[in-house]
Ligand binder design. Structure first.
Ligand SMILES: *[C@@H]1O[C@H](CO)[C@@H](O)[C@H](O)[C@H]1NC(C)=O
Length: 269
């Protein structure tokens, strides 16, 4: 191959990479409801723990139709021990734990390699990417979407026998985007169907401007896949018994069932 052809080829390849990776129109923060992901899916997923909170699926860039940007080239080398300081690990674990036996650090590293690298024009290093994820999480329901928004503001309590209307779930999630007196933005959520009228809440998606700074309306293609089943259940993971009994002793000093305890806690929040 002649030198000129070779440089032409290289130029083409470079342009291709630039165009592939410059399509980020928005960024997304996607949560899952672990009990649905682990226990109410077909097939079920073997989780080693099922926290009673929303946990992050991913933080990534999307194109104009909500397609996830992934697998961009990564030219950097990082000292991962410096990226994952104790403080960063604690903060990430709070909303982005590993639900399986996978080492969370490996999971976060893979998130950077797969998705973070496509946001390289905004976040030059894994540290910047993870710090932004922490900031976005802090802004959603004060770092706890379940307690800070669903239970705390709207009385939507995870419970297998309680159903909430689609409109109630949507209203509660949408309210998250009105921080700093902003006009509300369109969010999305998916369900795992039970039958034609009932479903389990599954994933929740918040969309941001491409610099992951401000809430923005999720693209129509994402909204159109929103759960539209009328009755939604937020299934409750089994209560860890040891913790429940010490809590119940603390609260009442007498024996009450976990369901009663749960109701009590729900009302407290
Ligand atoms: C659909 O599922 C819900 C929840 O399990 C149940 O209460 C309801 O009776 C079911 N409806 C039909 C038509 O099967």
């Amino acid at each position: 191959m002649k030198m000129k052809n070779l440089s032409l080829l290289l130029l083409t390849l470079t342009l291709l990479f630039i165009s592939v990776c410059s399509q980020v129109q928005q960024t997304q923060f996607v949560y899952r409801w672990p009990e649905t992901y682990c226990e109410k899916a077909t097939p079920t997923v073997a989780c080693t723990k099922i926290p009673l909170q929303f946990t992050l699926v991913g933080f990534w860039g999307t194109d104009s139709s909500g397609g996830i940007q992934q697998g961009c080239p990564d030219t950097g080398t990082y000292d991962w021990a410096k990226v994952f300081t104790t403080e960063t690990i604690n903060k990430l674990t709070a909303f982005w734990p590993s639900l399986s036996t996978q080492d969370p650090k490996e999971m976060w590293k893979a998130a950077w390699t797969t998705y973070g690298t496509c946001l390289i024009s905004k976040f030059k290093t894994p540290t910047q990417y993870f710090n932004r994820a922490i900031r976005l999480s802090d802004a959603i329901g004060g770092g706890n979407l379940l307690q800070g928004q669903l239970i705390g503001k709207d009385g939507i309590v995870p419970c297998d026998s309680a159903t909430y209307t689609n409109a109630e779930i949507l209203k509660s999630l949408t309210a998250v985007t009105t921080v700093n007196n902003q006009k509300e933005k369109k969010v999305s959520f998916t369900c795992n169907s039970i039958n034609s009228t009932h479903a389990y809440l599954n994933q929740v998606t918040f969309c941001y401007t491409n610099n992951a700074q401000y809430y923005t309306d999720c693209p129509t293609a994402v909204i159109s896949k929103r759960c539209n089943v009328p009755n939604i259940i937020v299934p409750r993971p089994p209560t860890p018994t040891a913790r429940a009994s010490s809590l119940q002793d603390l609260l009442t000093g007498e024996k009450i069932g976990p369901n009663v305890l749960w109701e009590t806690l729900g009302q407290l929040f």
